[in-house]
Design a protein around this ligand. Structure first.
Ligand SMILES: Nc1ncnc2c1ncn2[C@@H]1O[C@H](COP(=O)(O)OP(=O)(O)O)[C@@H](O)[C@H]1O
Ligand SMILES: N[C@@H](CCC(=O)OP(=O)(O)O)C(=O)O
Length: 378
């Protein structure tokens, strides 16, 4: 894909600084401009999903507070208050164009549980088929550090993978990505296009520049790598550019393009890669590590030499080599207790040891993503 004009399904992520006018509460005027442009995009047959931050910033404004609280419970309560304002504002501005909106609040848990992930996917697809614009945010009320996505850039990428969108647009308060933070370095050079997996990306991107933003450019470039897993291009651009979406759809080059440079993973592999936390890991010997990485083999118990953490069959676990370096991630056929018992055993011994055989391999190759596929994506 060479330009947004070719994209059929778009995920558009807007940051707090854009939605809430630098901390002054929901900026209805800005939202109205997005809605007007999206109405035109939809008239051209495009499907659009909105990932919108701003609940905490709007909540803080409604509470009349001067600064962002630090305590998690206060942030969650502020988000719950502010989310009302966000949903109301989006409904209002899209209704002007006869477009219905739907609120979707997700957590990391929702996307890592296979059943909930499939439900979220089918709800989103149904809404898009019905021509509705889903407005997505993290469900801040129930997030703790363990289940937190943490920032909406990551959420935008996971939603891109979920619905296999063609492009992810991350709109922020900068024109795009520079080779260093332009707020700190006035000589920073603008980057027009770069591969999403370019090794220098992380070192160029710094933290948040505003009082309301959270992730800065770092989370945006990681999001681009993640979006590339499902073959999507990412554009980082300034949400302050007039008529940005329309101009992009006319083929104008604005912002920084982060292009996918690999073949896309299967939907199941993307789901495995979408996991930000793991319930455990299994250590494998050097021979097994080579078989997995170079021959794309399944992982058999004979190659397993250790297991850490407590997990059940069906969990997504990490696979590490004897030096502790991650080799792969995958969906396990056996629990941690069972793997402990069948370490270094040939598969034909599984039945004698466990009294049953689930599968002859601990991780089947179809349920594995090897390191080379995600080296820089997590
Ligand atoms: N290399 C970089 N190029 C551009 N901006 C950068 C870079 N590194 C850090 N930043 C900072 O990232 C900020 C955008 O991130 P953030 O404040 O989290 O916005 P948002 O609320 O839109 O997610 C910019 O204002 C900028 O100061
Ligand atoms: N869920 C939070 C968003 C957190 C977040 O990622 O903010 P931002 O860096 O502005 O995109 C909120 O709505 O306030």
């Amino acid at each position: 894909m060479k330009s947004i004009s070719e994209a059929h399904t778009l995920v558009i992520k807007v940051g707090s600084s854009l939605v809430t006018a630098e901390g002054k509460g929901v900026d209805l005027e800005a939202l109205a401009k997005w809605a007007a442009q999206i109405a035109q995009l939809k008239a051209q047959g495009k499907q659009v999903v909105f990932v919108s931050s701003g609940a905490i910033a709007e909540g803080i404004k409604r509470l009349g507070w001067k600064s962002r609280p630090k305590a998690l419970n206060e942030l969650q309560a502020a988000a719950a208050i502010g989310q009302m304002g966000l949903a109301q504002a989006y409904e209002e501005v899209f209704a002007e164009h006869g477009i219905q909106t739907a609120q979707i609040l997700l957590t990391h848990d929702d996307l890592s549980n296979r059943t909930r992930y499939l439900n979220a996917r089918s709800t989103l697809r149904t809404l898009l088929d019905w021509n509705v614009v889903p407005i997505i945010n993290e469900n801040d009320t129930v997030t703790t550090s363990e289940i937190k996505l943490g920032d909406n850039d990551t959420l935008g990428a996971l939603v891109t993978n979920l619905i296999e969108a063609d492009a992810l647009l991350i709109l922020t308060d900068q024109s795009g990505l520079y080779d260093s933070d332009p707020r700190k370095n006035p000589n920073a050079k603008f980057i027009h296009e770069i591969e999403a997996n370019h090794p220098d990306l992380e070192s160029m991107a710094g933290g948040a520049g505003s009082a309301v933003g959270t992730g800065g450019m770092y989370t945006k470039v990681i999001a681009a790598k993640r979006a590339a897993l499902s073959g999507a291009a990412t554009l980082i651009a300034s949400g302050h550019e007039p008529d940005l979406l329309l101009r992009l759809c006319q083929g104008e080059r604005i912002g920084t393009w982060l292009t996918p440079n690999r073949s896309r993973l299967s939907a199941r592999q993307q789901w495995i890669m979408g996991h930000l936390q793991f319930s455990g890991k299994v250590t494998i010997d050097a021979g097994a590590a080579i078989a997995l990485s170079q021959k794309h083999s399944s992982l058999l118990p004979i190659g397993c030499i250790g297991v850490q953490g407590q997990f059940l069959r069906g969990a997504v676990i990490s696979v590490v080599n004897p030096d502790g370096e991650e080799v792969a991630r995958g969906l396990t056929n056996y629990s941690s207790d069972e793997i402990e018992k069948i370490l270094r055993q040939p598969s034909h011994q599984i039945e004698a040891i466990l009294d049953y055989v689930a599968e002859e391999e601990v991780l089947h190759r179809d349920n594995l993503v090897i390191r080379s596929a995600f080296k820089t994506a997590s």
